[in-house]
Design a protein around this ligand. Structure first.
Ligand code: ATP
Ligand code: MG
Length: 419
């Protein structure tokens, strides 16, 4: 038997109801905040991700599904959404009508990481971006949106971590200070970090290897190196969060695995996930639109790990599964053909209706109705054929009424609608 690819997964009925619920909550919240949906391709030119995410990142160095297509063009399954959304914003000149655009998307991403709980090779992200707003209020709004969504989904134990990564004016200064410090502890860094030290030292702050963490105990804080504008924006972000009653923790070690971030960065972490503690991450990327060939416009955004969110949502899938309004139990070919006709008409009119299409005993049909949790059962057999009236049973009260065949589908619909 051919099994699915390692790190990929199916989301089956039973679990999908929770996914649909999360998706519905996210969409309704996005719409309330003026976001509009964008759908982007699953695959892009490899160059797009290399230029945006950065060559020296884990994603580009070792996680992307990249291959030459049959024409020899290098293409990549998207590992994240921001790069594509920025490309679309530029390519379709979405800024021309109004530079301020709020966009969201929900869909699969691909990264060839080591599969484990909370870490898959195909996973889903809920992604939101705000273009054209320099004010830190946009960042505060995104964090507020995240916290609100998680509260609606009854996610316990979440904390917003915030940091500022500075800007091209002040980051080089911090980078130099960090590099000097890293050189002094050189020997105790892992192989990856020894390499990153030269070309992407900020990434070392994010290393999970214990010896690197220990070596970083005395590392300088980026927050001591911020320029006046970055400091002002970071203070304003914190004031806005406090004003909204959002609890947050300033975490000067928070960096992101993508090179395009500037100023505000944030992560929503939870204790409920074990090692994979980040359920969402994001921040500002004020230079990326220009770097990818667009106008010099600021932007900020986030991505939620949908799979991780589904694991910790307190609104479990139980109870979300749809139950039929009506189960049609028919005995004999003539009854079955009548019931089939009613079932199709009722389904067309939006009634959740089920019936056994093959020949089954009444007992077995009633069992099925019970298993599905049908609210009502409509029975039709020989007696009912003679009477030209079917028997409608309310499965909760056990109350039964006779419903004449004449105009039955309409009558049933009226009866069910009245409840
Ligand atoms: P991590 O530190 O867990 O590797 P990341 O910094 O690589 O996360 P981002 O690129 O910021 O993650 O993506 C945003 C969110 O997407 C993460 O917070 C996480 O919830 C989720 N995510 C990232 N990679 C995976 C994966 N391989 N499987 C499942 N979810 C993932
Ligand atoms: Mg990662």
């Amino acid at each position: 038997m051919i099994q699915l690819i390692r790190g990929f997964k199916d989301i089956l009925p039973g679990e999908i109801e929770l996914w649909q619920r999360i998706e519905a909550e996210a969409k309704s919240l996005f719409e309330a905040f003026g976001f509009r949906e964008i759908r982007i391709p699953i695959m892009e030119k490899t160059e797009l991700f290399k230029r945006s995410i950065g060559e020296e990142t884990d994603i580009v160095e070792k996680e992307m599904y990249t291959f030459a297509d049959r024409g020899g063009e290098m293409v990549t399954l998207r590992p994240e959404a921001t790069a594509s959304i920025v490309r679309a914003y530029i390519q379709h000149k979405l800024y021309a009508a109004d530079p301020v655009q709020r966009l969201y998307m929900i869909g699969p991403m691909f990264r060839r990481e080591r599969p484990q709980k909370g870490r898959y090779r195909q996973f889903t992200q809920i992604d939101a971006e705000i273009f054209g707003v320099a004010s830190p209020l946009a960042d505060a709004q995104l964090i507020f949106l995240l916290v609100t969504l998680f509260a609606r989904l009854k996610v316990a134990d979440v904390e917003a971590h915030v940091n500022s990564l500075g800007c091209p004016a002040c980051r080089p200064d911090f980078r130099a200070a960090l590099q000097a410090m890293l050189t002094s502890v050189g020997g105790s860094l892992c192989a990856d970090c020894s390499r990153r030290r030269e070309r992407n030292p900020l990434r070392v702050l994010d290393c999970k290897v214990p010896s690197c963490r220990a070596a970083l105990a005395g590392a300088p804080s980026i927050l001591d190196h911020l320029c006046r504008e970055c400091r002002r924006d970071f203070d304003e972000l914190q004031a806005a969060l406090s004003g909204l009653g959002v609890g947050y923790r300033v975490n000067p070690r928070l960096v992101r695995g993508l090179d395009y971030y500037t100023r505000a960065t944030f992560e929503i972490q939870t204790g409920a996930l074990g090692a994979q503690s980040a359920v969402a991450g994001g921040g500002r990327y004020d230079k990326l639109v220009k770097e990818l060939g667009g106008p010099d416009l600021p932007a900020t955004g986030f991505a939620i790990g949908f799979d991780r969110l589904a694991e910790i949502a307190g609104v479990g899938a139980a109870g979300l599964q749809p139950r039929p309004d009506l189960f049609l139990a028919a005995l004999g070919p003539e009854s079955r053909s009548l019931a089939f006709d009613w079932a199709c008409r009722l389904g067309r009119d939006g009634v959740r209706v089920e019936m056994e299409l093959g020949e089954k005993s009444l007992k077995s049909q009633m069992k099925t109705a019970d298993r599905l949790g049908a609210a009502h059962v409509l029975m039709v057999g020989e007696t009912e054929l003679n009477d030209r009236a079917a028997l409608l049973r309310n499965m909760q009260t056990k109350e039964q009424i006779r419903v004449p065949f004449e105009g039955l589908a309409e009558r049933i619909k009226t009866l069910l609608d009245a409840r």
